[in-house]
Design a binder for this molecule. Structure first.
Ligand SMILES: [Zn+2]
Length: 146
């Protein structure tokens, strides 16, 4: 940050700085040519912003690996994206047999299919998903081949 004296077209020199202690910051710049002074006053938020910018500029805060992870996740798709949070109330348990059956569903629609079955079970107060429930849902919802 620089301050220029318009009259002299000179860069003003840092003259004094005061930090009153309430988070504000005052800096005075003085023109070496004509002696004109100008002051910069920053409120607590601005002072913090300037300080934090000074810390972050020039340093990487996010490693490359994170971006790679996001990119590959988007490229391949993920069943997890369709699943409700594990701890959500009224979550439907999937039996081993039901999970195996779900594994036969093409991966690109598996998440959606699982959600359809899960919603079906939730609406009927069914706590555990089994192949029998899947058969019933398929008949009820007309989902042949799922
Ligand atoms: Zn000047």
């Amino acid at each position: 940050m620089k301050f220029l004296c318009l009259e002299c077209d000179r860069q003003m020199a840092f003259d004094e700085r005061a930090v009153p202690g309430d988070g504000t910051m005052a800096a005075v710049f003085k023109c070496p040519e004509c002696g004109r002074k100008t002051a910069m006053l920053a409120n607590p938020m601005e002072t913090q912003l300037v300080s934090s910018l000074g810390v972050k500029v020039g340093g990487r805060t996010v490693p490359d690996a994170n971006f790679e992870g996001i990119r590959s996740g988007v490229a391949t798709g993920s069943d997890e994206a369709f699943e409700p949070p594990a701890a959500s109330p009224g979550a439907v348990r999937w039996s081993v047999e039901a999970v195996e059956r779900l594994g036969l569903v093409p991966s690109f629609v598996r998440g959606m299919v699982k959600k359809i079955y899960t919603d079906y079970a939730k609406e009927r107060g069914i706590e555990e998903m089994t192949p029998a429930v899947m058969d019933r849902a398929r008949t009820d919802l007309g989902l042949e081949g799922m």
